[in-house]
Design a binder for this molecule. Structure first.
Ligand code: NAP
Length: 489
């Protein structure tokens, strides 16, 4: 059952992903999807909507009629028991028709303020009282801070156990985010070096060209810290820093990630300015098009104090990482849409060789998360000729060039995982709780101090100068995008 089935997420992500799974034979023939939303629609109207979503997104219509024949619609008022009782009657009929064994997945693709009300009703009105499994898939944001997340968690836990809750962080469904573990733990070349003795720093950048667009009302309350750092960025840090799990089970992997979040050095209020930088975009130009500043956007306060950019330094105080900074950077209206991780290795103890600038470039491992998918290893080699000058070389593996067209969408993988009952790539409550505890200190300081410099970066740039200073004070710099682009290699 998809709650919010007439919304944007269902249209752009969920229906196309389900269709992909159907075409690949990953969904059994006996399945039913019930779309639930406020407006009145007949089953036929809803099926036409699903068909249109799939065709718009994928452009294929192989077996589309058969696919949409499994879709049903139920109009629902989130706080009215009668409509849940009717929904349950429909579910029971579909159970019989498709021999579903009472297995139910409830996907809440709705605004978060409805989550608790819906889960209360699912239990109270008998929908969770089923013979088969019951699972709850819940979209971000999971709360606004630790306190609100705890309230929400307690509410949904009254109807579902932790094992039945699948909290979506769609970054965890991305091919190259899932590849972080494999690159680390399946390569003798990297695993022994993956620590503070050989790595000088790690940089994670997730930049967007788009601005806040029509989402001003939501974004004013959220900002980049809550929208990107608390969830996606912290999850990538955990995957990069965790110890090898003793087994590839959900519990073992999650427990290693939780340990990283527990080892994060907490910040005192007065330290926030030394570790974190906030930015807000001004008007500027992106790919030759003039764009307006954040404060000029619709539903945005003309004197808004909301950050559209965050850069930060995270220290992980454990044996493996003590002394090695993890820098993160994310923002809107930046130079390029890109998510990349750069692992910078330490310089070798003595330089016998150097390049024309009398330096030796450090070795870098770049993990390209999106839009390209792949890895690049930056090495030094001898320059052709008789001298001993070095030249940087890059070893490149780019997924897009090989099987990019077949790379499944994150949502496709996550929906499939949920159907199979594999919660590894969903966030456990312990992870959510620890991430909020960390970011709450920063948001509290920022909310209580007006940033006089806002707006402080031009649209189309890589963020404010202060983000560069954050690394410069440690003797590092953000590896520039252009030098690391895959297509240059
Ligand atoms: P949306 O386009 O605004 O859709 C909201 C859905 O909720 C519609 O189907 C709407 O039905 C239904 N709804 C609203 N009020 C209702 C009520 N009182 N009773 C019953 N149904 C009601 O939202 P969305 O963009 O799909 O986002 C849904 C969730 O996913 C949010 O939590 C969002 O933060 C999260 N999310 C979205 C995206 C994305 O790409 N869109 C990405 C990540 C996370 P009617 O239209 O019939 O009223």
């Amino acid at each position: 059952m998809i709650f919010g089935a007439t919304g944007d997420l269902a249209k752009r992500k969920l229906f196309p992903s389900l269709y992909h799974l159907f075409r690949k034979g990953k969904i059994a023939k006996n399945f039913a999807v019930v779309g639930v939303a406020r407006r009145e629609l007949s089953n036929e109207e809803f099926q036409a909507h699903v068909k249109d979503s799939v065709l718009t997104s994928i452009g294929k219509d192989e077996n589309i009629e058969e696919f949409v024949s499994h879709f049903y619609y139920k109009s629902n008022d989130v706080s009215d028991s009668d409509s849940y009782i009717e929904l349950n009657q429909l579910a029971v009929q579909l159970d019989e028709k498709y021999e579903l064994g009472g297995n139910r997945i409830f996907y809440l693709a709705m605004a978060p303020e409805f989550f608790g009300t819906i889960t209360d009703h699912l239990k109270q009105d008998g929908l969770t009282d089923t013979q088969g499994f019951k699972r709850l898939v819940i979209e971000k944001p999971f709360g606004h801070d630790l306190e609100s997340a705890e309230v929400l968690n307690n509410q949904i836990r009254a109807s579902f156990s932790e094992k039945e809750i699948y909290r979506i962080d769609h970054y965890l469904g991305k091919e190259m985010v899932q590849n972080i573990e494999v690159i680390r733990f399946a390569n003798a070349l990297f695993e022994p070096l993956w620590n503070n003795r050989y790595i000088s720093n790690i940089q994670i950048t997730s930049s967007e060209e788009l601005g806040v667009e029509e989402r001003g009302r939501y974004y004013e309350k959220s900002g980049a810290l809550r929208d990107m750092v608390q969830n996606h960025m912290m999850q990538m840090v955990a995957l990069l820093a965790m110890e090898p799990p003793i087994r590839l089970t959900t519990d073992e992997i999650r427990s290693e990630k939780v340990k990283v979040l527990r080892a994060l050095r907490p910040l005192k209020d007065e330290e926030v300015k030394d570790y974190f930088v906030r930015g807000q975009y001004d008007a500027g130009s992106i790919n030759g098009t003039e764009v307006q500043g954040y404060r000029e956007g619709s539903n945005v306060d003309p004197e808004s104090n909301t950050e559209t950019f965050v850069a930060g330094k995270l220290m992980i105080d454990n044996f493996r990482w003590a002394g090695t900074p993890f820098y993160i950077r994310t923002g809107k209206r930046m130079e390029a849409k890109s998510t990349k991780i750069v692992i910078q290795f330490k310089d070798i103890p003595m330089n016998l060789y150097y390049n024309t600038d009398k330096q030796l470039s450090p070795n870098l491992l770049v993990i390209h998360i999106q839009p390209e998918e792949g890895i690049t290893l930056h090495l030094n080699a001898k320059k052709t000729g008789q001298n001993i000058e070095t030249t940087p070389v890059k070893l490149n593996f780019v997924n897009n060039g090989v099987d990019g067209m077949n790379t499944p969408e994150a949502y496709e993988k996550l929906l499939h995982d949920c159907m199979r009952g594999d919660a590894t790539n969903f966030t456990h409550w312990d992870e959510v709780k620890l991430s909020w505890a960390f970011t709450d200190t920063i948001s509290n300081v920022w909310e209580n101090t007006t940033e006089e410099e806002f707006p402080n970066y031009q649209a189309g740039s890589m963020g404010p100068l202060a983000a560069d200073k954050l690394l410069a004070q440690d003797g590092f710099f953000w590896w520039p995008f252009s030098a690391l682009e895959v297509d240059e290699c």
